[in-house]
Write a protein that binds this ligand. Structure first.
Ligand SMILES: *Cc1c(COP(=O)(O)O)cnc(C)c1O
Length: 407
C-alpha cells in the first residue's frame, strides 16, 4: 500500500486523532510547516493557551494588577506542581514545584544531594546524558570537591542497572540519570536503577525532560528521591517555560537547597534579617515565580489528564513503530539506520535515524517546512508528540527523506 494512504488510515483510526485540532495550526502561505517533528524540543501551543495568556494579560495582570499575587500567583508554583505531579509523575501532592529552568533545578537538587552526607562525595552520571546535566555536575564537583564517576553506555542505548551497580558504593552521594536518553530515546529502567542506588545507600536524581507528558512515571511508587524536568517539550509550556522539581516528602527538611532567596523563606513578607527555610516545596523556590511561563503548562496537564497518559504512551509507541517499519522497508536500502531501540517498550517518544548525509538532508527538509531535529554527528531525530503529531506528517517526512536520498 502507498505510504501516504497507510498513514491516512492510521490517522483515521487513531484514538487521539481529535487532539491535533486543539493546537494552534502551524504556518501558512510561504511559512507552511507540513511536518513538525520537533515537539520533543519545543512543543506546539494549544489554542487554549492563547486564550489563557490573553486573560492573564488583560484580567489578572492588567486589571487585578498586584492583587493577583495574593489571589493566585503566590500559590502557582506549588499548585501547578501538585497537578503535574498527580497527572504526569505519579507524585502525591506536596512534593513537586514549578520554577526556574531545568538547569538551575538540577543544580539545586544535585547540590543538596551532595551536601546530604559528608561521607559520600561521589556523583555517578553517564557520558550520554544531556550536556547541561553533565556540565552542572562538573561545576558542582569543582565547587565542592566531589568526584564524578562516569558510566559509559553504548551511544545507541543508555544506562543500565548493571552499569550503575558496577560503580556505586559507600561513597556515592547521588546517581543522576535521564529516564529517556535525549539522543537515542533509550528508556532507562527507572525502578531498577533507583533500587541499585538505594542498595548502595545513595540518592537518585531522575531527569524527566523527555518523559514528562509522554511516558508514565511513578515517582512515589518506585521511591524516587529527586527528579527534575522540562515543561516546554511534551508539556507544551512554551519557550522558556519553567521546569519542575520533585523532592520526596521524606527528604524535605533534611535536604537543603543552595539558593536561599526570599521566596523560599518561611515568612516571605516579613522580610526579616536572616534566612529561615520555608516548609515543603516552598523552600525549594528562590525568587519570584515566572508566572507568564506557567500559563501554558496547565492546559497540557489538563489535556493529558483528559485523554490519559496510557493512551499517549500507546500512540508514541505506535508512531515510533511506524517509523521503524518504514525505515526498514524503504530507507534501509539507502543506508539509513535506526539508532533508537527498535522495541517500543525500550524507547521514549522519539526515534533517531542516522545517515552520512543527515546534515544536508535536514537542511533541505527545514527549507521546505519539514521540521525534525539534527543531532551530531549524523542523526536526524524525529520527535513524535502524540497529542499533536499525525501519521501523515511522519509519512511525509519519510517520503521526502527517501526522495532526497534517491537523487
Ligand atoms: C531539554 C533538556 C534540558 C534542558 O535544560 P534547560 O535548563 O531547560 O535548558 C535538560 N536536560 C535534559 C535531559 C533535556 O532533555
Amino acid at each position: 500500500m502507498d505510504l501516504r494512504t497507510r498513514a491516512a488510515e492510521l490517522d483515521a483510526s487513531d484514538p487521539l486523532r481529535e487532539t491535533r485540532d486543539l493546537f494552534v495550526p502551524a504556518g501558512g502561505g510561504d511559512d507552511v510547516v507540513t511536518a513538525y517533528l520537533d515537539g520533543n524540543s519545543l512543543g506546539r501551543p494549544l489554542r487554549a493557551t492563547a486564550q489563557r495568556l490573553d486573560d492573564l494579560v488583560r484580567r489578572d495582570w492588567g486589571t487585578r494588577l498586584i492583587r493577583s499575587w495574593d489571589e493566585r500567583w503566590m500559590e502557582l508554583p506549588t499548585r501547578l506542581g501538585d497537578r503535574l505531579g498527580e497527572v504526569c509523575l505519579g507524585a502525591a501532592a506536596g512534593q513537586t514545584m514549578v520554577a526556574d529552568s531545568t538547569t538551575v533545578l538540577l543544580y539545586k537538587l544535585l547540590r543538596a544531594a551532595v551536601a546530604a552526607d559528608p561521607e559520600r562525595d561521589e556523583i555517578v552520571l553517564d557520558s550520554e546524558n544531556f550536556p547541561t546535566d553533565r556540565y552542572v555536575a562538573e561545576g558542582i564537583a569543582a565547587e565542592t570537591g566531589a568526584r564524578l564517576v562516569w558510566v559509559e553506555p553504548a551511544p545507541e542505548e543508555g544506562v543500565t542497572p548493571e552499569q550503575v551497580a558496577a560503580v556505586v558504593g559507600p561513597r556515592t552521594a547521588v546517581v543522576l540519570v535521564s529516564q529517556v536518553a535525549y539522543k537515542s530515546a533509550w528508556l532507562a529502567d527507572l525502578p531498577g536503577i533507583t533500587r541499585v542506588a538505594h542498595d548502595a545507600g545513595a540518592l537518585v536524581l531522575w531527569d524527566l525532560c523527555h518523559s514528562a507528558g509522554v511516558v508514565p512515571v511513578d515517582l512515589d511508587e518506585h521511591e524516587v528521591d529527586l527528579a527534575v524536568g522540562c515543561s516546554y517539550k511534551y508539556l507544551n509550556g512554551g519557550p522558556g517555560a519553567p521546569a519542575f522539581a520533585y523532592v520526596a516528602r521524606r527528604h524535605q527538611g533534611r535536604l537543603r537547597q543552595p539558593i536561599q532567596g526570599w521566596m523560599g523563606h518561611a515568612r516571605v513578607f516579613e522580610m526579616g534579617p536572616g534566612y529561615e527555610a520555608g516548609t515543603g516545596m516552598r523552600s525549594w523556590i528562590s525568587g519570584t515565580p515566572p508566572v507568564l511561563g506557567m500559563v501554558g503548562i496547565e492546559d497540557t496537564v489538563d489535556l493529558v489528564e483528559r485523554v490519559g497518559l496510557d493512551a499517549i504512551r500507546s500512540k508514541a509507541a505506535a508512531l515510533g513503530d511506524f517509523v521503524v517499519d518504514v525505515v526498514d522497508a524503504r530507507l534501509a536500502a539507502h543506508g539509513v539506520r535506526v539508532v533508537s531501540p527498535r522495541d517500543a517498550q525500550q524507547r521514549g517518544g522519539h526515534v533517531t535515524i542516522a545517515h552520512p548525509r543527515s546534515r544536508e538532508i535536514y537542511q533541505q527538509l527545514w527549507s521546505e517546512g519539514v521540521v525534525p531535529d539534527f543531532r551530531e554527528p549524523d542523526g536526524i531525530r524525529l520527535g513524535l508528540a502524540p497529542l499533536s503529531t499525525s501519521y501523515a506528517e511522519v509519512a511525509h517526512a519519510l517520503v521526502r527523506i527517501e526522495e532526497l536520498l534517491s537523487c
